[in-house]
Design a protein around this ligand. Structure first.
Ligand code: PLP
Length: 426
């Protein structure tokens, strides 16, 4: 964590000097005509190079059990690939499905299937309810919120804490309101804060009484294996805890290899209780005769086993850790002690969350844009793109090369100094 956003007592004179310097720095920055992009959490070309062998698929196109993978079938996906991911996603192999190329697509489908078909434990389809709502821990992932918006699902914001969503708020809302049908969770190295849910948070999510009998936790474990340090964060086993507390059908687990092998060319996973898996397969069997098992086989041959997966992720960490370190170093050098910003120092995942004084985030993003530095729009971390505090900026350090990243972050700190000092003087 950086210093808290609290302006230290500076005289007007000092602030004016700082503002003037920031104005000059910003003008110089604009004059350089940069074109840098920190918007989306994408792997860099060098990270993608790590998986190039994926396309050299050698040997027979058959499964371990001897089935011809060139043909239709196998709705559950290749068992040997599911076995590689079973431990890391904390889903028993028989309850874990390997599907297409995108977990977001599976989350979309889960919502559509729940709208159009009654969930295990449910009394009616979600479309037949007068209104449904999802709890949205904020800051969160914009595409989750976009799905709710797309399907007319009301979004109720819940503040994040260093242990995950504020569980006192979550427990109260789910207990009192049957309209609340779900919650979005990115439990490990959350987007954008890098938060790892505590064991107690996971236990409370599994155990809490809910007014809706068909309440679901959308457990998007997108960064399950994406550690930046040698200490791999472990989270409690949600699926097992749900079963233990008599809520076996509560969790929908999602994951993918998008940031392991190729983004958009990987494999996505869905895991849940036996009843939910049966419900899911009844719906997906109408949608497809089976997934792309050739791509799944490529992943088996490339990753080999759970240790092969971990070894591959260490290569990613070696490439992106210096980027996360550089961001922290520059933010510390330029902003520490100014009272104008605080930021997260995640141990994994893809993002750093930068907090600026209230009412400043949009202006900082706009000033960066003037200087040719593209940032995720301020507010994207909140439902409807509206951060009521206008203070959160998501930094995605992975895609640019090291020099470009350092240039962009240095430029960003100029914009924070400019907007922050102008605000304090206003
Ligand atoms: N979930 C989270 C939390 C993400 O940050 C992302 C991508 O940034 C995704 C899901 C997208 O996953 P996929 O490529 O499997 O659709």
């Amino acid at each position: 964590e950086g210093t808290p956003v609290n302006a230290p007592a500076s005289t007007v004179e000092e602030l004016t000097t700082q503002r003037d310097r920031a104005q000059q720095d910003h003008a110089a920055l604009v004059a350089r005509g940069l074109k840098l992009d920190l918007t989306r959490g994408k792997p860099s070309p060098r990270q993608l190079d790590l998986a190039d062998d994926l396309v050299d698929l050698q040997g027979p196109l058959t499964s371990a059990a001897g089935t011809d993978l060139r043909n239709y079938g196998g709705l559950q996906g290749l068992p040997e690939l599911r076995a590689i991911f079973s431990d890391e996603l904390q889903v028993p192999v028989e309850q874990l499905l390997a599907a297409g190329n995108s977990s977001l697509e599976l989350m979309h489908d889960a919502l559509v299937f729940a709208q159009l078909g009654t969930l295990p434990g449910g009394q009616r389809r979600w479309v037949d309810e007068p209104e449904i709502a999802f709890l949205c821990p904020v800051p969160g992932y914009d595409r989750h919120f976009a799905l709710c918006e797309r399907f007319g699902i009301k979004m109720i914001q819940v503040p994040m804490t260093p242990d995950g969503p504020d569980m006192d708020v979550v427990e109260r809302l789910v207990a009192e309101d049957p309209k609340v049908k779900g919650i979005w969770c990115v439990p490990k190295y959350s987007n954008p804060d890098g938060t790892v849910y505590s064991d107690e948070t996971v236990r409370r999510l599994a155990a809490m009484p809910t007014a809706a009998p068909d309440f679901r936790i959308f457990w998007d474990n997108a960064y399950a294996v994406h550690h930046l340090t040698d200490e791999a964060a472990e989270i409690a086993d949600l699926l097992a805890l749900c079963a233990e507390h008599g809520n076996a059908d509560r969790a929908f687990v999602f994951g993918s290899t998008s940031k392991i092998t190729f983004a958009g060319g990987g494999v996505a996973f869905f895991g849940s209780s036996p009843a939910n898996i049966e419900w899911w397969q009844a719906a997906t069997a109408k949608r497809s005769i089976g997934p792309d098992k050739i791509n799944q086989l490529r992943h088996v041959r490339f990753l080999r086993d759970a240790e092969g997966l971990r070894e591959h992720m260490r290569k990613h960490a070696a490439l992106i850790r210096p980027k996360f370190d550089a961001v922290d170093k520059i933010l510390t050098a330029e902003l520490d002690g100014t009272g104008l910003a605080s930021w997260t120092k995640p141990a994994g995942g893809y993002f750093i969350s930068l907090q600026v004084p209230e009412g400043c985030a949009r202006a900082v993003v706009a000033k960066a844009k003037e200087a040719g530095i593209a940032l995720t729009p301020a507010g994207a971390t909140h439902p409807y793109g509206d951060d009521p505090t206008d203070s959160v900026i998501r930094i995605a350090p992975t895609f640019p090369d090291q020099a470009e990243l350092e240039e962009a972050i240095t430029g960003l700190t100029t914009c924070v100094r400019l907007v922050g000092t102008e605000k304090l003087l206003a």
